[in-house]
Design a protein around this ligand. Sequence first.
Ligand code: ACO
Length: 320
Amino acid sequence: MTARIIGIGAYAPEQVVTNQDLTKFLDTNDAWIRERTGIGARHVSTSEGTSALATEAAKRAIADAGISPEEIEIVIVATSSPDRAFPSAAADVQGAIGAKHAVAFDITAACSGFIYALHIVQGFIQAGIYKTALIIGAETLSKVLDWTDRSSCILFGDGAGAAVVRADETGVVKTLVGSDGTKNDVLYCQARSLENCLTGGKPELGFMQMDGQEVFKFAVKKVPEIVNAILEETGTDREAVQHYLLHQANIRILEAASRRLKVPMDKIPVNIERYGNTSAASIPILLDEMHRDGRLKRGDTLVMAGFGAGLTWGAALMTW
Ligand code: ACO
């Protein structure tokens, strides 16, 4: 038995902030952002939290799968921007959708989170522990961005994507994940001050800090490396893959992956122009768009690959 995605859904907050909107308070311009990143606009949550976005995406995925929430045995939310330190966003979702037989918890693997969640449920399904799972990538990174730092705030957007995963004969062929915690300072967000209020410290909330060039160098090397590894380890020809769904971080990273992998851009779908980088949500949002507009056909072979803070990376090869 393996994990098969049987339903998919996505949701992004209504408010759209264009590059032009950013120029009202930031020393930047539309041409710079488009040229360096491929981003034209991003969705930004004003009042909804990560759990609310995750819940809406989950409801859409459950409707698409045509199952009852009570059939779900495990809910995993991958997020780096939960509304609260505890309880988990997954607990919020479980309660809101009425998945009353499910165990629920979050994972943090930044932009690789959705692949990590798929990797985890694949293990549970292969072991025969659970048959039906709900995995969600959800972020409101706009709330942890330093909106005065033009080198990072222009990149990110809010959104959520969810998948109902069920035990089946075909589906995920292989997942491959990895981490390098020695590079944990390349991209991070301090949750609160390390000082203790008991001994005079002040509670302070942190904002995202990023060494953009280091992340860029890592991504253009790691994405082709893991895609090649998963093709090789599954004995799959690159031409046999219909779609390479890569984490939507920067159009230049996607184009570099295309060149290095010798895979044409028409096999690497792009929606970063409208969403920016939605971190753990980017791959399931893309899956949802392609599912709804008919680009994904049952039986297609897909490769998904993500990378992010940690550093983390992950890839999956599956039959749709
Ligand atoms: N508008 C205008 N100018 C800008 C902006 C901006 N928004 N941001 C930076 N600049 C300027 C800089 O000040 C610099 O000016 P200078 O030459 O006068 O000093 C110049 O543009 C070039 O800056 P660089 O930092 O060298 O620009 P670079 O080409 O590296 O692009 C970027 C920066 C877009 C951040 C790039 O490094 C990148 O995409 N990195 C990857 C980031 C990423 O993907 N992060 C997410 C990881 S996934 C996760 O886990 C969340």
